[in-house]
Design a protein around this ligand. Structure first.
Ligand code: 3H9
Length: 682
């Protein structure tokens, strides 16, 4: 028996304990350990029942995703299928009870469903989140789950990947009982209770599978939802196909179909990109010179500067009311939260807070004024954070006597929705301040990414040229809708011009005015957006920007804008031409990549994956393309660099390829190799 799987006996019940910290991932070695335990149980005539349980914080959180990465990158060539092992467990003579705490996800739930009974602590969750990795359940999850929970619930779980709480899993028939107190004690008691009964095999059940006539509408609706909610993703549709096969074919045949779809998904570019994003999201929490053990500061109270009080509180109340309406929070929970917020117009009330987040508008003079006030009133050691999206942290810190306490916390808008938190390190920012903010991001269920200090940091410094290129394309003859559609079809959540309308065109206009003196002479500047702002077209909030908007903020193309663009560009002497979708996508995406390469070489971004995680969580970059740097690596940096050189010749020197891109392209290397982090493929 391996260290990863132990077989013991309690009161005549065989207990298989999986112990593979931190999440008991079902690696090949764990599977081998389980197989060895099953072999012993098969020979043990005295065992009355069997309990499977996870050691540590969880049951089994799924197959070992690292092994998938190694498989698709060719590092290992074969991974044994779990299915035969699950059949052996299901065929054991004695009842098998799966005892679940923490999470039974992916292969973990598939193993649990091969048992004859499933009991869980009420805090547990079950799920088939494989689609989030671009794959589908590959160990008969798409076959056993509909037999327990019904086709509709199985479709939802396998195609959307969301977890299900124990209480709901009980209602849907995935679990048989919830237990309180010590799980092992509860599991042994349950096992003794069912020991004498015939063991029900999930794969032999069919009462919840429905008929083709009953299921037709359910499958059609699931496909429509998947196409709409998970636009561009292949795995949700594959999961639906596998479940449909299961509702029509014998178990063994449907399992073969599942295997075929699973393998196709696993070797797809989408899955590689999504697995990169999974490990990337965890990697960004690792900061080379701020170790895990770095002490953090307690943050129990936070001051926020920069809301118009009545308006600010009204929008907080409105957001909470929406959450109550959607059933996310109870009214009581919201009332308690609202009581914790105290509006004030007096800086001295910040004297006792552990942290202040300044969120006034983007004016250096104003921010410095705020920080000098904070420096005067805040207690020593309080974290002084600025929510600036572009201004220098060091200059803001210079308005205080404690630059070590000053840091950027760039919350992406709308902050109650967006997951990204760009954490900006100034030259003097203390390591414990950084560690505290990284920890805080996790507490707020956000993804914190540490970046260096420069104008626009990582996200907006790349976004500037990206949006500028979109405007150049419009100046040269592409329609507003053609540019937005091309990038939407590429997978971006929204086109670049529509994004400007959403954020407010006046924001960039104000920043451009503030920094006009820094513009390099002779470099082409986009001008349409400034002209639109001069006409008061600030985007959605004024009912007009690149598009016009109805009272529900629904956009439609504005012929007036098209006319204005034609007039303005002809007056500027810019010839108009037909522009292909391919050119639109390449120019916009490669400009992101080129700026990303500069940020990487300058050390503003710690690793290429940090840039990817910023773009996946803050800018609507399609997760199945892995982020701009991963995407460029996949296209090949040599090819990207050559295309950028062509753009440089056609359009001008702002397209000069970044030195790092030229170097890596020439050497046949990737950004991931340069960063020394290649995720699951490493
Ligand atoms: C699958 O099961 C396919 C099947 O159909 C079988 C087919 C044959 N593998 O997230 P955390 C690592 S696909 C390897 O920070 P939390 C993670 O990288 C799988 N490693 O903790 C991190 O490492 P590090 C389906 C894994 O408490 C550490 O564990 N399952 C795996 O915030 C801690 O993770 C899933 O997709 C794994 N499966 O969240 C579930 N899981 O410390 C994926 C985690 O070095 N996992 N690690 O950075 C999760 O959703 C979360 O990890 C979980 C815990 C909610 C479980």
């Amino acid at each position: 028996m391996s260290d990863l799987v132990q077989l013991t006996k309690m009161d005549g019940v065989a207990v298989v304990t999986i112990n593979n910290p931190p999440v008991n991932a079902l690696s090949s070695a764990v599977s081998a350990g389980i197989a060895a335990a099953v072999a012993q149980i098969e020979k043990d005539d005295a065992a009355r029942a069997v309990v499977f349980i996870g050691a540590g914080r969880t049951f089994i959180a799924g197959a070992d995703i690292k092994e998938f990465g190694e498989l698709t990158s060719g590092k290992i060539i074969c991974r044994e299928s779990l299915k035969p092992l699950l059949l052996r467990i299901e065929d054991l003579r004695t009842p098998v009870v799966m005892a679940i705490h923490g999470t039974a996800f992916g292969g973990g739930l598939e193993l649990a469903m091969a048992g004859h009974y499933r009991i869980a602590l009420s805090s547990a969750q079950v799920g088939q989140p494989e689609v989030k990795l671009g794959i589908i359940p590959g160990a008969a999850g798409t076959q056993r789950l509909p037999r327990l929970a019904g086709v509709a619930k199985a479709l939802e779980m396998c195609a959307e990947g969301s977890p299900v709480k124990a209480e709901d899993a009980l209602k849907f028939g995935i679990l048989d009982r919830l237990v309180e107190g010590d799980l092992l004690t509860g599991a042994i008691a349950f096992a003794k209770e069912v020991a004498a009964k015939a063991a029900p095999k999930t794969r032999e059940r069919s009462e919840k599978l429905g008929t083709p006539e009953q299921n037709a509408a359910i499958f059609a609706a699931a496909r429509e939802t998947a196409r709409k909610k998970q636009r561009g993703l292949l795995a949700p549709l594959a999961a639906i196909d596998a479940i449909e096969a299961g509702s029509q074919l014998p178990f063994d045949e449907a399992c073969k179909k599942e295997e075929e779809l699973f393998t196709k998904c696993l070797f797809s570019d989408q899955s590689k990109a999504l697995i990169h994003a999974f490990f990337g999201e965890r990697e960004v929490a690792k900061i080379p010179d701020v170790p895990k053990e770095m002490p953090t500061l307690g943050v129990d109270s936070v001051g926020i500067v920069g809301a118009a009080l009545d308006r600010g509180l009204a929008s907080i109340q409105k957001n909470y009311a929406n959450s109550v309406k959607r059933g996310r929070f109870t009214q009581r929970f919201v009332d308690e939260r609202l009581k914790l917020i105290r509006p004030t117009l007096d800086y001295s009330e910040f004297a006792g807070v552990d942290m202040v987040v300044e969120a006034v508008f983007e004016s250096m003079a104003l921010k410095k004024e705020v920080f000098s006030q904070l420096d005067r009133v805040c207690k020593p050691g309080a974290i002084l954070a600025t929510n600036t999206s572009s201004l220098s942290i060091d200059e803001i810190a210079s308005a205080t006597s404690r630059p070590q306490s000053v840091i950027g916390t760039h919350f992406f808008s709308p902050a109650n929705v967006m997951r990204l938190l760009e954490i900006v390190r100034g030259a003097a920012t203390g390591k414990e301040v950084i560690a505290t903010c990284m920890q805080l991001s996790k507490k707020l269920s956000k993804v914190g990414v540490l970046v260096g200090n420069c104008m626009g940091f990582v996200g907006n410094r790349m976004f500037g040229p990206y949006r500028r290129e979109a405007q150049f394309l419009v100046e040269e003859g592409a329609s507003v809708e053609a540019v937005d559609n091309a990038l939407y079809e590429f997978g971006m959540a929204m086109g670049p011009l529509a994004t400007g309308d959403l954020a407010g065109l006046d924001v960039g206009w104000r920043i451009r005015k503030e920094f006009r003196h820094l513009q390099k002479p002779g470099i082409r500047q986009a001008f349409i957006e400034d002209r639109l702002c001069e006409l008061g077209r600030f985007g959605q909030k004024t009912g007009a920007g690149w598009y016009k908007y109805d009272e529900n903020r629904r956009p439609s193309p504005d012929p007036q804008v098209a006319d204005l663009i034609r007039q303005w560009t002809s007056a500027a002497g810019i010839p108009r031409r037909q522009i292909s979708v391919e050119e639109i996508v390449e120019r916009c995406i490669y400009t992101l990549v080129n700026e990303g390469a500069r940020l990487l070489e300058e050390g503003i971004a710690l690793r290429a994956v940090d840039i990817d995680i910023i773009y996946l969580n803050g800018y609507g970059f399609p997760a199945y393309r892995g982020g701009p740097m991963w995407y460029a690596d996949a296209v090949g940096l040599k090819k990207v660099c050559e295309r950028i050189r062509e753009f440089q010749q056609c359009f001008g020197n702002w397209w000069e390829p970044a030195p790092l891109l030229q170097r890596l392209g020439g050497q046949g290397k990737t950004f991931a190799e340069f960063s020394g982090w290649q995720g699951a493929a490493a």
